[in-house]
Every structure is written in structure tokens, then in C-alpha cells.
Design a protein around this ligand. Structure first.
Ligand code: ATP
Length: 259
């Protein structure tokens, strides 16, 4: 089943057409890779599917609903979470608090808006909510084996752990789809191997994964299907084996990335 799709999605910035007429499909339960040379439009496509940017033309549908002009927070509540190319953590908050921020987005469980008054009236209720959020956040930290760092400031974590923490925070929003923008960037080979296992475990939880990545070992090993962008256009899609042998992809990208 197609969980998310773009139809003829175009994003132009003045004269620069970053994404041009792209049809892109994400099938439920799979790991989908989005690859292509620098400046091909990958992050722009992510931004336009997650509400951080709005297409110039074209549509985005999620679970059959048109989300083209929805705000990022609405899209997050609908079940789409993401991480960023440059890590965006609350560096002065603890590891645990960073994940609790993610939980804040899940419906009904956090003390927001109208619920604030009720929480102020009832310390006990607030305490119960805090304890529930604490327990849920700890479960995600355990998933990443980061529970031992719960009280550490996020900025003090090694780089690979900071990337995992950002993924943990995204998962705390209980997404149906997780978008990862260059999750292996800056990781050493050991951290990348561990990340590959983690992404498979996330898929095994039933969460659909879409990732942008330049590390071809990771992409070819874990993706069920791959889409290739070049100069803002979708030039190929298929299995890793199909993509690896596609002459257009070799010419545009793979020839430069790997022999
Ligand atoms: P990389 O692999 O280097 O991250 P990418 O495939 O993610 O590249 P994008 O970052 O989406 O590529 O950029 C696509 C094109 O759109 C580039 O030419 C870029 O300069 C341009 N672009 C992206 N965002 C903006 C913006 N906000 N304003 C103007 N041009 C932009």
C-alpha cells in the first residue's frame, strides 16, 4: 500500500527549480532510499513532504489525505516525523528531556493549551503525566541503549549518540513514517554499522522509513527500494540491484560515488 506520495511536485526558488514535477511513492512497511548528487533536490523534497516548505505546484498525499498545505506540526501529529541533516537537539537539555520534548507532540498525553489550566489545578495529575512521559521516554532511550546517559546534557554525547538521540525524539512522536536526512553523515564505520541495524529494528516495529543518504554501503544494504533524483527530477526507482546497474544512475551519480 502507498502510504505517502507526491504528484508532479515542483518547488522553485526564484529561477532555481530545486524539485521538478516529481512523482515519488513511499510504500508502507518498507525502507525507501532517496539518493542523488549534491543539490539534486533531496532535502527540498523532504521539506515539502513534511510541511517545512510548500510546493510551488503539485500535491502531497498521506494515507489518502491531501497534506500539501498542512503545517509541519499538523503533519507531525498525523504521523510523519523527521530528523535533519544538521543535528537539531536541545543541547542544554538532558538526553531524557530531549525525548520528552518529542512526546509533547503526541495527542492527549501532554500538558498543552487548554490542558495547562487543568495541570496547574492538579499537581497530582501533572505528576502522573510527567511520570508517564518519563516512562515512555526511557523506553525509547532503552531502544537505542542510551538509557545510561539519560541525565547527561545532550551536548556531551558523542556524535553518533547525538544522531541516535535525534531519531529517538522523532520516534517518541509515534510516527507512521520516519524521514531521516543523511543519518550516517559524520559517523565512523562502526557507528554506521550500528545505525543500519537500528534502522532495520525501526522498520521491524512497523514504522515506514524514508532516508536520504550518500553512504552507498548503507543505502544498498538496507533499502528495499530506492528513488534517484538528479537536477530536481526523478530519474530512476527500483530495487538496490536495479539502481546499481541503471546506466542513467551510474552516469549521474553512482559512477562518482562508487565503482
Ligand atoms: P545535498 O545532498 O547537498 O544535501 P540536496 O539533494 O538535498 O543536496 P537541496 O538542498 O534540496 O539538494 O537543494 C536543491 C537545489 O535547491 C540547490 O540548487 C539549492 O541551492 C537550492 N535551494 C534549496 N533550498 C533553497 C532555498 N531556501 N532558497 C534558494 N535555493 C534553494
Amino acid at each position: 500500500m502507498i502510504l505517502l506520495e507526491t504528484t508532479k511536485l515542483t518547488r522553485a526558488y526564484g529561477g532555481v527549480i530545486a524539485v521538478s514535477q516529481v512523482d515519488f511513492q513511499v510504500r508502507e512497511g518498507l525502507i525507501t532510499g532517496l539518493i542523488g548528487p549534491n543539490g539534486a533536490g533531496k532535502t527540498t523534497l523532504f521539506n515539502n513532504m513534511t510541511g517545512l516548505d510548500t510546493p510551488t505546484s503539485g500535491k502531497v498525499h498521506f494515507n489518502g489525505t491531501d497534506i500539501t498545505r498542512h503545517h509541519a506540526h499538523t503533519i507531525c501529529r498525523m504521523g510523519i516525523a523527521r530528523t535533519f541533516q544538521n543535528i537539531r537537539l536541545f543541547k542544554e537539555l538532558s538526553v531524557l528531556e530531549n525525548v520528552m520534548v518529542g512526546l509533547h507532540f503526541t495527542t492527549g498525553k501532554s500538558p498543552t493549551k487548554g490542558r495547562v489550566a487543568a495541570v496547574v489545578r492538579s499537581y497530582l495529575k501533572a505528576k502522573q503525566e510527567y511520570d508517564l512521559m518519563h516512562e515512555q521516554a526511557m523506553r525509547w532511550l532503552e531502544f537505542f541503549k542510551l538509557d545510561g546517559f539519560a541525565d547527561e546534557l545532550a551536548k556531551n554525547l558523542p556524535y553518533g549518540h547525538q544522531r541516535e538521540l535525534e531519531i529517538a525524539r522523532a520516534l517518541a512522536t509515534e510516527p507512521k513514517i520516519l524521514f531521516l536526512d543523511e543519518p550516517a553523515a559524520g559517523m565512523n564505520p562502526l557507528e554506521t554499522d550500528s545505525l543500519m541495524k537500528t534502522i532495520r529494528r525501526i522498520r521491524d516495529l512497523g514504522i515506514t522509513v524514508v532516508l536520504i543518504e550518500h553512504d552507498m554501503k548503507l543505502v544498498m544494504n538496507i533499502c528495499d527500494t530506492i528513488t534517484v533524483l538528479n537536477y530536481g527530477q526523478n530519474i530512476a526507482q527500483g530495487t538496490p540491484a536495479e539502481i546499481r546497474h541503471n546506466p542513467k544512475v551510474i552516469e549521474a551519480y553512482l559512477g562518482k560515488e562508487e565503482a
